[in-house]
Design a protein around this ligand. Structure first.
Ligand code: ADE
Length: 242
């Protein structure tokens, strides 16, 4: 089954961009996913082909017009969920990425300027999604992030590695740290336990490090995982027995 991605944007020439190379690019060439772009401006109604207008109530920037957005969204087949990239959206999670990757595809609406006229979210079934607590100049880079996260999970794209239950966020914890040769680099040696061949000890060490790094770097994830609340971030790691 092909995962059908449609991107609605004022800059279709940005695509496939980074999704045309490496893993995602190979999967695209193999037909594991497909990409269509829709030029939002093609749905402008006035003779100036305008897609935006000044914000009601005043303020800086321009707002994408609901009539133009609706016409663009209505041009996409109704079989896939429609997401809109916006810093006002619900934060994207690995759990949502897994659901989307298991479905028929996704349509991604990319904003520019100050954002979307809010009525588009009332008039159409569109899920507002954010890729993080910072503001991008447009939704296209968010769309790359969302699509990349989905594509790597499609069957045959990454093989065993992407089904990895150890991956960051799959367990509710950050992944444990990784090492490879040389055994000693600039005086720093790979933890002895990882070279011991004792798989029970290795698993225990990895779990301890995953928990510790999550507690220190992501107290939000740590508390959701059920760890004791982090009172004050000390910054310093405890020594885990090697
Ligand atoms: N557009 C601008 N900022 C964004 C963000 N953080 N996530 C998704 N889309 C955006």
């Amino acid at each position: 089954m092909t995962f059908a991605a449609t991107v609605l944007t004022l800059y279709p020439e940005m695509f496939p961009g980074p999704l045309g190379i490496s893993l995602a690019g190979r999967a695209l060439a193999e037909g594991r996913w497909s990409l269509d772009t829709v030029q939002i401006r093609d749905f402008a109604i006035d003779r100036h082909r305008s897609v935006d207008d000044t914000p009601a109530g005043g303020g800086a920037g321009m707002v994408l017009k609901p009539d133009v957005l609706a016409a663009a969204v209505d041009s996409v087949s109704g079989d896939v969920p429609v997401l809109a990239m916006t810093p006002r959206g619900k934060p994207l999670t690995q759990a949502r990425v897994r659901e989307l990757a298991a479905g028929p595809g996704v349509a991604v609406l990319c904003g520019r300027f100050e954002g979307f006229d809010e009525r588009i979210f009332e008039g159409r079934a569109i899920e507002p999604v954010s890729i993080g607590d910072y503001v991008l100049s447009g939704g296209e880079i968010g769309a790359f992030v969302l699509l990349d996260a989905c594509i790597r999970l499609l069957p045959g794209v990454m093989g065993a590695a992407s089904s990895g239950e150890d991956e960051s966020f799959e367990t509710g914890l950050l992944e444990y740290p990784q090492y490879t040769r040389p055994v000693t680099w600039e005086g720093r040696t790979i933890p002895e336990v990882l070279r011991s061949g004792d798989h029970a000890k290795i698993d225990a060490w990895r779990k301890a490090r995953a928990e510790e790094d999550t507690r220190l770097r992501r107290p939000d994830l740590w508390e959701r995982y059920g760890g004791d609340p982090v009172l004050s971030p000390s910054g310093a790691r405890q020594k885990i027995e090697e």
